[in-house]
Design a protein around this ligand. Sequence first.
Ligand SMILES: Nc1ncnc2c1ncn2[C@@H]1O[C@H](COP(=O)(O)OP(=O)(O)OP(=O)(O)O)[C@@H](O)[C@H]1O
Ligand SMILES: [Mg+2]
Length: 446
Amino acid sequence: MSLEQTLQFLPSDATEAIVEGNFSKPFLKALGFEDLEMVPQFPVSNRAVDHAARKNTSNDIFLESFKNPHLYMEVKARSENLADQCHPNYCRAAQQLKHYLLDPASKSVKWGLLTNSLHAQLFRKHGKVVHPVTPCLPLDGDIKRVVKDLKQHLESPRRALIVAVYNNKGGVGKTTTTLNLAATLALLKKRVLVVDFDPNQSDLGDALNLKPLRGKILDILKSKEADARDIITSYKFEHPKLPEPLGFDVILADEDLISDVDEAKLKQQVKLHALRRVLESVQGEYDYILIDAPPNWRVFAQKAIYAADVVLIPARHDNLHSLQNAGMAITRFIPEMQAERRRFGEAGPMALPIFMNNAFRISDAQLQLMHQAVAKIIKDGRSSPTKFDLTPYFYPKFRKGHKDLRMISIPYMAYISRADFMHIPAAFAFKPAREQYLNLVKEYFL
Ligand SMILES: Nc1ncnc2c1ncn2[C@@H]1O[C@H](COP(=O)(O)OP(=O)(O)OP(=O)(O)O)[C@@H](O)[C@H]1O
Ligand SMILES: [Mg+2]
């Protein structure tokens, strides 16, 4: 029976057991897995995910060895609403799948699939980050196309996670965070590309003592057959105690992006998806691509967010606007770009929890003021038309039943600002700074 017929014969109110019993196997088969390549009720620590799958190798049959699963599939009843990303059914199911994917027993798993046989959505796991790669796809239309789309993702080679560092408030540490994350990831032997997409300031190139390029980026952003290799510069740092120099690649800002082009003209010449397309041409060559975005919501910021898989938002506990703007990025700007990406059948970008940068000896009174301000931002988010719950973005450790108000933070460190004057990322130059950024990397990525 074809997958279309299987779907036709499923009762409209199919329970989870019926969907799992009748639809899971044919769906996985359509995605390219044989009978011996799938295991139902696959054990994950002391629970079980509905299905796991992995291609067999000549001497390792997945159904026999149960080793190194590649994909998890979590199945729900048709009555569970997976089409509306704000619906509690969807949130619970996506959270459950994420828990399975991030379980220490799931190291080899790269993909998570959520379905109730009416819709399906694919998630990718990259290090510690689980992010959607497709929107919620309806299965009652052109199922062949959906299958083709999903297969294309599953069979694509490993690609970099694209992270935009953004807050439309200035001076919160976007450039500093981008550079030091790049340096720390490079120290961990990850291949990193950094993009300075704030041409009005070009701070990133300046921080590394690299001169901006003239002319090339605009051409590449405008061109349909863009290849980022033409505009990539290498940054190397000779560490006295290491045999090899440390470093990462950089796409520098380009003065010509701002010199004589006005914003309306630029919008016409350079499409919203331009940066994403350029980065896709080299995505297979890196583990991480980090974009330093400008502090506004104009063309460059929009393209940077559009290009990202995930958005990392620094804010400052002592700056109300940086907290409000972080909330606004999550409730308004990022969803705007998600809507644009959906038009092209793509999912994302996804916001990561906000982190407090430059946290300097916070007094209890200051802390209380900040929590009050954040409570108001969360309340406003809940009463907005989209009823957005910002709690997990400010307080990622908050769980129902116990009110854990810890935030992710990087303290104020004289080393960090001193490194600016030396034109070296602080994480390369100073061990205490390196330790702080290592914590940040562990918190978010690894
Ligand atoms: N954790 C920190 N400790 C000490 N100084 C910091 C820290 N983070 C950032 N700074 C300093 O704060 C200043 C502003 O940081 P940065 O330039 O990274 O902000 P930005 O958000 O990129 O600014 P803009 O919006 O102008 O692009 C810099 O001088 C930087 O060295
Ligand atoms: Mg900056």
